[in-house]
Ligand binder design. Structure first.
Ligand code: HEC
Ligand code: HEC
Length: 229
């Protein structure tokens, strides 16, 4: 290709590229501001979800860091609309404007997830013995339960922007979510996927699979601030 032509295309595109990266930066900065200071009277997100969005497993506050931005945004909308009832979060989610929900979702999504990906990969060849890990990696086809990891990724590390990670998430939090679907207290969307799975799980299954995911290794940083499960 003609060198002059390439240069002029580059010069033409340059302001556009700068404008686009500037816009992304503004969204992240806005998200960080909300996370650390709150907005319109809503409490700072980091006071419960941790300085780096790593959560607080003992208190049952989920981690947000590294979860897909579309997933986080859907949860804030669901909580604000009451289709995912949350006495703790509803007023907070409602206080944010749609743009602010978007910005804070993009911000937390861009932070590193708290699970230890290297330790999980090194561990992947271990034979599957206990119930929770079996459900996660194989499912229970006699009960119409697909393997959780088919949608939540290898070792529950999440897939794309809509299938959240479960690895290293608070055990009590995971149990509460599965029960919420069983009792119609969390949005069935997308496609009723999670209610279909949750209805098939016994109380023992819920305990076992939540224990398994909560017990997966988290990075040293998240282990310090997120404390024990
Ligand atoms: C007082 C503590 C507290 C504060 C402050 C707080 N949260 Fe939460 N958040 C929770 C709890 C607890 C849950 C779990 C839902 C429940 O049990 O009600 C949650 C759940 C969430 C979820 C769903 C996570 C998932 O994996 O589905 C998102 C998203 C979220 N919060 C975002 C935020 C944002 C953004 C802010 C700041 C604007 C914030 N939270 C402030 C306690 C808090
Ligand atoms: C067919 C796909 C699919 C399968 C299989 C599946 N999930 Fe999910 N799961 C989803 C989707 C999609 C969401 C996000 C729901 C939403 O956006 O509100 C989700 C969300 C969750 C959440 C909420 C996470 C959070 O941060 O709040 C938990 C807990 C969960 N799944 C557990 C499981 C378990 C345990 C299994 C296996 C027994 C399983 N899932 C199997 C698709 C699936």
């Amino acid at each position: 290709m003609d060198r002059k032509f390439v240069i002029s295309i580059a010069l033409l595109c340059w302001p556009l590229t700068v404008a686009m990266s500037h816009a992304a930066e503004t969204v992240i900065t806005e998200g960080q501001r909300i996370a650390s200071s709150g907005a319109h009277g809503a409490a700072a997100c980091i006071s419960c979800h941790g300085a780096k969005g790593e959560g607080n497993a003992a208190a049952g506050f989920p981690y947000l860091a590294g979860q897909g931005s579309a997933y986080l945004l859907k949860q804030l909308n669901d909580i604000a609309d009451g289709v995912r009832p949350s006495p703790v979060m509803q007023a907070i989610a409602k206080a944010l404007t749609p743009d602010e929900r978007q910005a804070v979702s993009v911000y937390f999504s861009a932070l590193p997830h708290p699970f230890d990906a290297a330790a999980l990969a090194a561990d992947s060849d271990r034979p599957v013995t206990e119930r929770g890990e079996w459900l996660a990696s194989r499912g229970a086809w006699d009960k119409n339960i697909p393997a959780c990891n088919q949608c939540h990724g290898p070792a529950g590390t999440g897939v794309g922007t809509t299938f959240p990670a479960l690895a290293g998430q608070s055990k009590n939090y995971l149990i509460a979510q599965l029960r919420a679907w069983q009792t119609g207290k969390r949005s069935p969307l997308p496609l009723g996927l999670m209610p279909a799975v949750a209805y098939q799980l016994s109380a023992e299954d819920i305990e076992a699979v939540s224990s398994y995911y909560a017990g997966l290794p988290v990075s040293a940083r998240a282990a310090v601030s997120g404390s024990q499960k």
